[in-house]
Design a protein around this ligand. Structure first.
Ligand code: AMP
Ligand code: MG
Length: 267
């Protein structure tokens, strides 16, 4: 999965990254689904261990254009995990109260505690994406945020948070197909937001903004992965694999009992 990880300071030109890539897995969709099932079970166990050990904190950031599959990842990759130790935080248009504070205020409140896994569905990165593209703050203000975000994430990391950031990379044609599917299918129409059509027109601006994010905020303590996301099954496999490998790397173990249990008999 290393090939999808952005090196710190790496120049990113998204047109060089194939959103339809599937080179890390051989086999067809059926094999992939079986593989994802196995990863789901592994993730379930690792999350149980994370919760039991109550030492590490895990933060997963999901970003991507509209329809890129953030909700799908949450449904399919985290299928089976125990809701007791996993939480989703979705970041929407800020409320007046949120806007009255610095942009990290609402974000910091949602970060994981010990033993917890939190998934950010959008994140503080919106403050250098939508905010930049729509000029919601002046350029000198958003420009400073890349360093601020790196500092913020470094604090979290040094305080025991493992951070993984996934950019779900689709192309314009795939977005068109997915928006059309939302329009055509009555069970998907609720997801259709007419505003998405205007956002789509700003694709080049968003691409530039994402390229800067990936170039400036992929760090050793909080790396970005560019996930080929035109194929949903491949996107899910890449994310599940990175997550399972990272959690295994934490070398977690079940805590020892507080006292010697060997002589105990349950009557
Ligand atoms: P959705 O993820 O489809 O529910 O949409 C959430 C909307 O909130 C998106 O259009 C985001 O661009 C928007 N949003 C999230 N964070 C911010 C922010 N900090 N400032 C402005 N808009 C935001
Ligand atoms: Mg949307």
């Amino acid at each position: 999965m290393n090939k999808y990880q952005v090196k710190p300071g790496q120049e990113i030109i998204l047109s060089d990254w194939d959103p339809g890539d599937r080179s890390a897995f051989v086999g067809d969709k059926d094999v992939a689904e079986e593989r994802l099932g196995a990863l789901n079970r592994e993730l379930e166990e690792l999350q149980e261990l994370l919760y039991a050990e109550s030492k590490h904190k895990v933060l997963i950031v999901l970003q991507g254009m509209d329809t890129s599959g953030k909700d799908g990842v949450i449904r399919h990759v985290f299928e089976g995990v125990n809701p007791q130790g996993v939480r989703v935080a979705s970041f929407k248009v800020p409320s007046p109260d949120e806007l009255a504070h610095d942009y990290l205020w609402r974000v910091h409140k949602q970060v994981p505690g010990k033993g917890e896994m939190v998934i950010f569905n959008r994140s503080h990165y919106e403050d250098v994406l939508v905010v930049r593209v729509h000029e919601l703050v002046p350029e000198p203000v958003w420009k400073k945020r890349f360093d601020q975000i790196n500092d913020f994430e470094r604090i979290l990391s040094r305080e025991g948070t493992t951070i993984l950031k996934f950019f779900l990379h689709i192309d314009l044609d795939e977005q068109k197909a997915r928006l059309q599917a939302r329009l055509d299918d009555p069970s998907k129409q609720w997801k259709f937001n007419p505003g998405d059509i205007n956002e789509r027109k700003l694709w080049p601006e968003y691409t530039k903004a994402y390229e800067d994010v990936l170039n400036k905020t992929s760090t050793t303590w909080a790396p970005w992965y560019i996930v080929p996301a035109n194929r949903k099954w491949y996107r899910n496999l890449v994310i599940a694999t990175v997550l399972v490998e990272t959690l295994k790397g934490l070398q977690m173990s079940y805590p020892l009992p507080k006292e010697d249990l060997s002589g105990l008999v349950i009557e």
